[in-house]
Design a protein around this ligand. Structure first.
Ligand SMILES: [Zn+2]
Length: 416
């Protein structure tokens, strides 16, 4: 593993190594630095301790990395966690570099955010029990509550990725860990001013609800809105506020988004994504601590209380516009429906029985096995006729396509 206790300190040897690499020291020079600085503690004094099990660990220096290792690693959950953690890391060079940079940015933010020492931050693999999935960090608040912190450098939309997130969350739940995902800001997708798009994996990586998101829910639910209309618009009468947290590694900034879920892929933002320094987001909410004795990260924007009115005022306008749009569309459809029979649908309807009968005869034709290549066309004609019978704007085009397909295939099948 990359961290070990030395007296009252935690030594992050790989982090130190990266700094030396950045200063352009060669592998030999780096190892010489570590030999001079730590060898005596590692070998002669035996004073490095595992941050997980407390057993003695020794420094091992390679050409391309530096780690601490147990004499006997079988008994240590941390050592097994470290192997699991490494196996889950990105392998592609560019992504791996970004992933490390993200972890560094978080480490730095935690150092700055936790000046008053309200919590302890550790490498995720130093968790005392073996984990199925190992987070980047584990934060332990003074009241014992623990959070698993992950930077998501790669987000995919497939089911395998979603299952991986589900398994990760299940593992965290089993150990009472609250999840906090910081998704790379490159994956934040907004449309217009109000809409945020998310995939199934992201919908699982939402920030655990806090007093601020609940305040939104209570406020919106208490409004005099047309709730029937609200239900038509959002697909539910429930007011459920979700939050996703994105992270811009280069800027060291977080982007906090909150939204009402509109469907399983879209949300309606409560306010424009709020860009905030990571150390501000990861600091303990001092006000909450003073008032209630509870510990939580400051996962909110100071401006939120002032944005409630704006949102609900605008929401009323949007709901009204949505209703007007619906009414307009319904009127247009009704007008089209009334106009259609005289122009298009009626004469075509007279022929549909004949066309349907032709389809049935083609399907029953004894010649059918001789022309397997016509099967897709038969199926298509059947589907088009079904679509035609459903009506709608495309009905006429469906009828015409079915007609021309059947005209073409009726000769080989029926000889007519
Ligand atoms: Zn150990």
């Amino acid at each position: 593993m990359e961290a070990a206790r030395l007296h009252h300190q935690t030594i992050y040897i790989e982090r130190e190594r990266n700094e030396l690499v950045a200063r352009r020291l060669s592998a030999e020079q780096i190892n010489a630095v570590f030999e001079g600085k730590y060898r005596i503690f590692s070998r002669e004094k035996g004073s490095f301790q595992c941050g997980c099990c407390g057993e003695r660990v020794v420094m091992v220096l390679y050409q391309d990395k530096a780690i601490f290792r147990h004499y006997s690693s079988e008994r240590c959950a941390g050592e097994r966690n470290y192997a699991t953690y490494l196996a889950g890391r990105e392998t592609q060079r560019e992504t791996a570099i970004k992933q490390s940079a993200g972890k560094e940015a978080l480490h730095l933010a935690f150092m700055q955010a936790n000046r008053s020492g309200h919590y302890r931050v550790e490498e995720g693999y130093l968790f005392k029990k073996e984990l199925k999935a190992v987070p980047d960090f584990i934060v332990t608040f003074q009241d014992g509550e623990q959070w698993a912190i992950d930077y998501i450098v790669t987000l995919r939309g497939d089911n395998a990725f979603r299952k991986r997130i589900d398994n990760r969350l299940r593992g965290y739940r089993e150990h009472g860990l609250q999840p906090l995902f910081l998704i790379d800001a490159g994956y934040m997708a907004l449309q217009g001013e109000r809409s945020i798009s998310f995939n199934h994996s992201e919908s699982r990586m939402v920030v655990p609800k806090n007093d601020y998101s609940r305040a939104w829910e209570t406020y919106i639910a208490g409004q005099q809105l047309d709730w029937e209309l609200f239900e038509r618009y959002f697909g539910t009468k429930d007011v459920s506020v979700q939050s996703l947290l994105y992270m811009d590694v280069e800027k060291g900034m977080g982007q906090l988004t909150r939204f009402l879920q509109l469907s399983d892929k879209w949300g309606e933002l409560l306010f424009a994504p709020c860009e905030m320094p990571l150390d501000q987001l990861l600091a303990v909410d001092e006000k909450l601590l003073r008032e209630s004795g509870r510990y939580s990260f400051s996962l909110f924007s100071d401006e939120e209380p002032f944005l409630l009115h704006d949102f609900t005022d605008e929401l009323e306008v949007r709901l009204r516009r949505f209703e007007e749009e619906n009414e307009r569309r319904a009127m247009e459809q009704e007008a089209a429906r009334r106009a259609r029979p005289s122009k298009v649908v009626k004469p075509v309807y007279e022929e549909i029985d004949k066309l349907h009968e032709l389809l049935l005869r083609c399907q029953a034709s004894p010649n059918r096995p001789l022309y397997p290549s016509l099967e897709p066309n038969l199926a298509k004609a059947e589907a088009l006729i079904a679509l035609y019978l459903e009506g709608g704007e495309e009905a006429e085009a469906c009828y015409k396509s079915a007609f021309s397909i059947l005209m073409n295939i009726s000769y080989p099948l029926l000889g007519e």
